[in-house]
Every structure is written in structure tokens, then in C-alpha cells.
Write a protein that binds this ligand. Structure first.
Ligand code: ATP
Ligand code: SF4
Ligand code: MG
Length: 338
């Protein structure tokens, strides 16, 4: 690690590396006590790579995503420890001005609910132009034209008129297209898409994913959070599987789908609806996710695991390498790994 001219930390990352997260732990303090929403997470994203983050509700996917540009609401949240390196720069050491500089410009986010990101009080055009002017040195008139062109690019009909519309005057699908335009128009290095289509009907969902794929530049990376394993297969080259605040398995999409190693990942893949004859069956993983206030001392999946060993109750399984960059945290892999 070296210091740059401002005394901030810099370090030399592997050539194609955009993001490195090491041992990230995020706590929340509520009236019921303190808990770890994200526990000792480590992962990376290469330039141009699409990485899927999957796991059951409440496992910490959104908290992970919000941590990257340091958007965890504090209080009640707090990044307790860990390192986040974006484009070779130490995000944890950035000032609020430096963070403002990367948010929306280098790291952009697409949320599940477009209305949570769009102001209901201002016209679409004004909101888009403000975003452009914040990050680009451009005369306002040019910024307006630039924004209008992007509305056209994401398939908004009558873009010139829509610039004067309020968000509530547009359908959910249209609002999400505008979010995508706002997220992509500044050519970010990283797009974080957190359940970007959950609120939409199936046909619009497919259109929105096609749009993200088509509009995203080749060098742009994406962290895609979704419950839909079919979407992960379509959109992502690599997959991170989270369970109860921890990453339990990671690997290429082919490895995860055809050679899953962690009992939770196997359960998750078995839970995908399968077309059996004319019926679609959805199998749940038996048992319940533990409360974050009461995560087990050992493996977090222990209470639901059909293969549990005595040491799983008291010890946290380390990661074992499974080949081809595939790794999983489960004691069953001890013989093949260590
Ligand atoms: N602002 C907050 N205050 C208190 N607890 C929070 C807050 N945000 C998240 N949490 C808690 O942190 C844990 C992880 O939440 P997170 O939103 O990351 O889950 P998730 O994996 O994104 O779930 P989902 O799939 O339902 O979106 C949960 O227990 C959640 O209740
Ligand atoms: S470490 Fe133990 S409890 Fe956890 S998934 Fe593996 S076998 Fe199951
Ligand atoms: Mg979420």
C-alpha cells in the first residue's frame, strides 16, 4: 500500500480489478439490540464483469450493495470494519466530497422502487439535467438535449414531451427505464442493480433486462441482486451466494449451476421452479432463516442443514477452494480443500 499526494491510501490492484471488498462487517443497532447484517464479507469484481448476488430475503444483499458507495444509513447502521477498494482507491478513507464524486458517476445504482430514487416534486427532465450537471462540465441546454437523447435510447416514446412529465404520470416500467437512463448516461464503471425489476410484470421485466444488457458499455461492471436464478443465469458471469449475513459460496455461473458445493446453494437451486409435465413446482428449503440477533456461533446454515457435523454447531467453516476460482464455506469440503 502507498500514500498518494493527499495522504490517502492507494494500492496496486490486479490489472483488471475494479472492486475489492475485504472482511466487510456492517452492524445495525436497534431497540432490540445490535446485530451483524453483513459479516466478514470478501469478494471482488473485475472490469466489465457482471456478478450476481443471490440469497434469501434479509441475508444482507442490499446492505452489502449500499456499503460499496458508503450509503449505509448511520445511525442505525455502521460499517464496523473492512476494506473497500474501488478503482485502486480506498473508499473507507474517502471524504464526503470524494464520495459524492463517485456516487452516481463512477458507481450508479438502480433500485427496486424507482419512486424511491426519483423525486415526486420535480419533472423528469429537471432531475436528469441536475444529475448531468452535477458530474459533467456541460452547458444546461446541452445537458437537456443529452438527457432527452437518453430517454429516447431507453425506449421512452415522445421523449421531448416526457422530459416535462412528473414521475407519477408514468407507468412503473417507464419509471424504471428512466432510472436506467439516469444510471447509465454518465457511463459509470460499476452499476449496482438491486432487484431492479421486482415491482414490474414479467414481460416488462424481460424488456428491462434486455435494455440494461444493450445499454451497458463493455467496460462497465455490474453487481446484480436478484431472487431470480434464471435472471442470474442470463445476465451474470459469476455468482456470490449469501446466507444469513455471510457469503457461503462463489464461482462462475457454470460452476455454481452445474457443480454447487454448499448445501444452501444446492437447496437454493432445487427451489427453482421446474416444469414437470404441465405443472410448475416451487420447492422451499426446509426450516427458517435464523434471526440476525441470534445467528448461530458456528455455521449459520447449521439448523437447516441435512449434513450437519458436530463441529458445525460451534465452529465457523472456512472457505475451501473447489477449483476454477470456485470456493465454498462448508466443512464437508475439508478433505478436498485443505
Ligand atoms: N435501516 C435498517 N435498520 C435496521 N435494520 C436494517 C436496516 N436495513 C437493513 N436492516 C436489516 O439488515 C438485514 C439485512 O437486510 P438487507 O436489506 O440487506 O436484506 P436483503 O438480503 O437485501 O433482503 P431482501 O431480499 O428482502 O431485499 C436484515 O435483517 C434487515 O432487517
Ligand atoms: S458447515 Fe456443516 S452445517 Fe454448514 S453447510 Fe456445511 S455441513 Fe452443513
Ligand atoms: Mg434487499
Amino acid at each position: 500500500m502507498i500514500m498518494d499526494a493527499t495522504g490517502r491510501n492507494k494500492r496496486v490492484e490486479p490489472e483488471n480489478r475494479l472492486l475489492t471488498v475485504e472482511n466487510l462487517t456492517v452492524n445495525f443497532s436497534t431497540d432490540d439490540g445490535k446485530f451483524k447484517a453483513v459479516d466478514n464479507l470478501s469478494f471482488h469484481i473485475e472490469r466489465g464483469e457482471n456478478v450476481g448476488l443471490v440469497g434469501e430475503s434479509g441475508c444482507g444483499k442490499s446492505v452489502t450493495a449500499l456499503s460499496l458507495p458508503r450509503l449505509i444509513p448511520s445511525p442505525p447502521g455502521e460499517i464496523e470494519s473492512g476494506e473497500i477498494w474501488f478503482d485502486g482507491k480506498d473508499v473507507m478513507a474517502m471524504t464526503s466530497n470524494q464520495l459524492q464524486g463517485i456516487r452516481g458517476r463512477a458507481i450508479s445504482m438502480i433500485f427496486q422502487e424507482p419512486l424511491s430514487a426519483l423525486s415526486p416534486l420535480h419533472r423528469i427532465g429537471r432531475q436528469m439535467v441536475e444529475t448531468v450537471l452535477l458530474h459533467r462540465d456541460m452547458p444546461p441546454r446541452e445537458a437537456w438535449q443529452f438527457a432527452e437523447q437518453w430517454l429516447g435510447k431507453v425506449g421512452i416514446p415522445d421523449a421531448a414531451d416526457r422530459m416535462y412529465a412528473y414521475p407519477f404520470q408514468l407507468s412503473g416500467g417507464m419509471q424504471q427505464r428512466i432510472m436506467i437512463a439516469m444510471a447509465l448516461m454518465l457511463a459509470p464503471s460499476l452499476i449496482i442493480a438491486d432487484e431492479p425489476t421486482t415491482a414490474l410484470d414479467v414481460t416488462t421485466q424481460a424488456q428491462v433486462f434486455e435494455l440494461i444488457k444493450a445499454m451497458k458499455q463493455a467496460h462497465t461492471s455490474m453487481l446484480l441482486i436478484t431472487h431470480d436464478m434464471g435472471v442470474v443465469w442470463e445476465m451474470c458471469e459469476r455468482i456470490l451466494v449469501m446466507y444469513a449475513s455471510q457469503i457461503v459460496e462463489s464461482g462462475s455461473r457454470e460452476e455454481i449451476f452445474s457443480n454447487p458445493q454448499h448445501p444452501y446453494t444446492i437447496g437454493l437451486l432445487n427451489a427453482i421452479p421446474k416444469l414437470t409435465g404441465r405443472r410448475t413446482q416451487l420447492k422451499d428449503i426446509p426450516g427458517q432463516v435464523p434471526s440476525p440477533y441470534d445467528y448461530p456461533a458456528g455455521c449459520h446454515f447449521e439448523k437447516r442443514c441435512a449434513f450437519s457435523l458436530p463441529k458445525c454447531i460451534t465452529q465457523s467453516p472456512p472457505f475451501y477452494e473447489c477449483g476454477n476460482g470456485h470456493r465454498a464455506a462448508c466443512f464437508l469440503l475439508a478433505d478436498s480443500g485443505e
